[in-house]
Design a protein around this ligand. Structure first.
Ligand code: HEM
Length: 154
């Protein structure tokens, strides 16, 4: 029972932490050695206590913190899954309406092009539909099975 309640507490803490909402500019108020937050994939981590222990050193983390969004920096390194697990321990909240940096750039360029060309913001998806082809292939296979193969048996 105690293991179960410990597990429940852990899970609840995680959900509660993620539920705290910050704005992206809040993160920029915590970029020093004594008080350092990171924004990674829309989640906010307080890594102040982790700075000394980070295998990649504190300088890179301070830089990523000051950049406002550490997602790219974190992912470029190709951190291990144990690093991913480790970061959950520093989770303190998330940013409401977070837009990933590359997605923000993409949607911005899409918006500006839609203004120029007056085309819909979302381009039509590929019109290829595999379903009719599948039906035809199945029909031919069934015909072959019932006619050609059964004649062979006779
Ligand atoms: C909460 C956030 C972070 C955690 C928990 C974390 C954890 C770790 C861990 C455990 C390693 C050892 C290698 C591995 O297991 O992948 C590592 C390496 C490294 N980290 Fe981070 N990291 C974090 C954020 C960052 C950020 C924002 C940067 C910015 C560039 C960064 C840069 C690096 C670099 C360059 C290494 C390689 C060190 C080397 O191999 O010499 N990390 N990190």
């Amino acid at each position: 029972l105690s293991l179960f309640s410990k597990l429940r507490t852990l899970i609840c803490e995680d959900i509660m932490a993620e539920a705290k909402k910050f704005s992206a500019s809040d993160v920029l108020l915590h970029t020093t050695r004594d008080d350092c937050w990171l924004l990674i994939r829309g989640k906010v981590y307080d890594v102040t206590k982790f700075l000394d222990d980070h295998p990649g050193g504190e300088e890179v983390i301070l830089q990523a913190s000051a950049s406002g969004d550490a997602t790219d920096a974190f992912e470029t390194v190709g951190h291990s899954s144990s690093a991913e697990t480790m970061m959950e321990g520093y989770l303190i909240g998330s940013v409401d309406g977070y837009v990933a940096p590359n997605m923000a750039a993409e949607s911005a360029s899409r918006d500006s092009s839609s203004v120029k060309t007056n085309q819909p913001a979302v381009p039509p998806t590929s019109s290829f539909n595999p379903l009719p082809l599948l039906v035809i292939v199945l029909a031919v296979a069934a015909w072959y099975y019932f006619t050609v193969l059964s004649k062979n048996k006779e």
